[in-house]
Ligand binder design. Structure first.
Ligand code: FMN
Length: 180
């Protein structure tokens, strides 16, 4: 376990993975991270679909026109869904669960990437959500927020440079307009 701040500095989106499967115990703990996520009113509207089947991963990588190729490269993908009839904060709840899985993966030295599904479309104009829902048999009341891809890294990414953080986006005490 690296120091938490180091973990944040080193987490970068990884889109290329080796074929090595993710250890079953690590998969379990990554899912546990999601199931431990805080949620509005503790409703926990999320449900997750864990996919390791190569053919299904390949199929899901075509859910939208761009930026979904990492799904085909990954040995593991977790589809993050939430019951929109149960919470008006489902996007927040599902997002927190997704990032916790990414951070748990990082803690194992694995790479991960968030692949957005909500409000994204395929070349044919079909909503990516519809495509994923149909491929996996997800009920209508469940929105599909994203697919988190996870695996052993097959690319190097530079850590975040803390000297280049956007401090101008932080206002101390009250909102201050940026100087022209
Ligand atoms: C809400 C959200 C949607 C994203 N969608 C995608 C995506 O569809 N495909 C992808 O490859 N990366 C996606 N990303 C990853 C971002 O591109 C990435 O976090 C950003 O470029 C910063 O890079 P870093 O994660 O390496 O720091 C998404 C990230 C977030 C938070």
């Amino acid at each position: 376990m690296e120091n938490f701040h180091e973990l944040l500095i080193n987490r970068r989106s990884i889109r290329r993975y080796t074929p090595q499967p993710v250890d079953a115990d690590q998969v379990r703990q990554i899912i546990e991270a999601a199931l431990m996520a805080p949620s509005s009113k503790s409703v926990r509207p999320w449900q997750f679909v864990v996919i390791e089947d190569k053919e299904m991963l390949e199929k899901l990588s075509h859910c939208k026109s761009n930026y979904a190729a990492s799904v085909a490269s990954a040995p593991l993908a977790i589809v993050v869904t939430a019951d929109i009839t149960r919470s008006d904060a489902w996007i927040e709840d599902a997002s927190i669960a997704a990032i916790l899985m990414q951070l748990q993966a990082q803690d194992f030295g694995l790479g991960s990437c968030w692949v957005e599904v909500r409000e994204r479309y395929g070349d044919d104009g079909v909503p990516a959500e519809e495509y994923v829902r149909e491929a996996l048999g997800i009920p209508e009341e469940f929105a599909v927020l994203c697919i988190v891809t996870i695996g052993h890294k097959d690319e190097e990414r530079k850590p975040v440079n803390p000297d280049k953080l956007l401090w101008e986006k932080v206002h101390l005490g009250c909102w201050k307009q940026a100087a022209e």
